[in-house]
Design a protein around this ligand. Structure first.
Ligand SMILES: Nc1ncnc2c1ncn2[C@@H]1O[C@H](COP(=O)(O)OP(=O)(O)OP(=O)(O)O)[C@@H](O)[C@H]1O
Ligand SMILES: [Mg+2]
Length: 297
């Protein structure tokens, strides 16, 4: 399988500096620096409510960070989701976002739209150029479905797929935009151990295709098997970053997961940091009125 990425080995693909996201009085992400190099699989872990998904939303233009800067291959990203996708970052969502009434194949084809060059008139007139592009898109989409093991379900409605397959379909759709960096938000949530192992192999294969990966997961075995480097977020702040062995043996990480205080607790426990996640319903109400409103169009 080929991709149109032209990343050099070792190049910094993602460079997030000083990213802060505030929702009213709540600082969900606090001054986070994180980079991902080409050829790397980087993990982002942390307890519930630590700010992991919010950080992803800041990277992908869904939120405009209150402070900080995100660069992709050296260029500052525009704060618009579709422009971020066009630049080369694709993602999947913690709460799966598929078009439930579309088929499996159609969902992947939607993911290709940032890469198809055919214009409006060509599409309306359905001329030879459009038909050729349509055929090529379908061939690529089928190649990706083959890759994630869903080719045999091409004509099924996505809503009829089991949960684990919906997650794989989201990955295929994300890959359809031919990214240089893939962000995965809890790709194995709801999967059984066997599906999780298959997903692990899938992520290695994606890396081998030349796509760098940043992955959020609560399954520690999955993370520590997979990742070259792991960053730990706690109450919006990056607590530790390093290889699997370093992170696993860090007492502060263990303490953070067990909810015990760690040495630097004074800096992490600023008055605006939550001691526990705020109730989601309240946050969603707030999101309509506060700066955290999704910037998805
Ligand atoms: N749109 C929003 N408006 C207000 N608060 C928000 C918004 N989105 C997230 N939050 C809050 O920001 C904090 C971080 O949430 P986030 O979803 O990023 O955590 P997470 O690390 O992804 O957690 P989980 O592991 O449970 O998915 C939480 O306190 C959450 O309630
Ligand atoms: Mg999350």
């Amino acid at each position: 399988m080929t991709t149109d990425t032209t990343t050099q080995q070792g190049e910094t693909v993602l460079d997030a500096r000083g990213v802060t996201m505030r929702f009213g009085g709540l600082t969900a992400v606090k001054n986070v620096d994180l980079h991902v190099n080409s050829g790397e699989i980087v993990g982002l872990i942390g307890p519930n409510g630590a700010g992991k998904t919010t950080f992803f939303n800041c990277l992908t233009g869904l939120y405009v960070p209150t402070e900080g800067e995100v660069r992709y291959k050296g260029t500052v990203l525009p704060p618009k989701s579709f422009k971020v996708t066009a630049a080369g970052i694709a993602r999947t969502f913690q709460n799966i976002r598929l078009f439930s009434n579309m088929t499996v194949l159609e969902n992947v084809l939607v993911g290709r739209h940032t890469r198809t060059k055919e214009g409006l008139w060509s599409a309306l007139l359905r001329g030879p150029g459009f038909k050729k592009a349509e055929k090529e898109s379908e061939a690529r989409a089928m190649e990706l479905l083959e890759f994630v093991g869903l080719a045999h379900k091409r004509d099924h409605l996505s809503r009829n797929l089991p949960y684990g397959e919906q997650r794989k379909l989201e990955i295929a759709r994300a890959l359809a935009s031919e990214p240089g960096l893939l962000l995965l938000d809890e790709p194995t949530a709801g999967m059984n151990p066997q599906e999780t192992r298959v997903t692990e192999e899938l992520v290695f294969a994606i890396r081998d295709m030349g796509i760098a990966v940043l992955v959020i997961e609560h399954d520690m075995r999955f993370i520590f098997n997979l990742c070259d480097r792991v960053a730990v977020l706690v109450q919006g702040e990056k607590l530790v970053e390093g290889d699997s062995a370093t992170v696993q043996s860090d007492e502060r990480v263990v303490a953070a997961y067990l909810g015990e205080p760690y040495e630097d607790t004074a800096t992490a426990a600023d008055s605006d940091a939550p001691s526990s996640p705020a109730p989601q319903a309240q946050d969603e109400d707030q999101a309509a009125a506060e700066p955290g409103k999704e910037n998805d169009r």
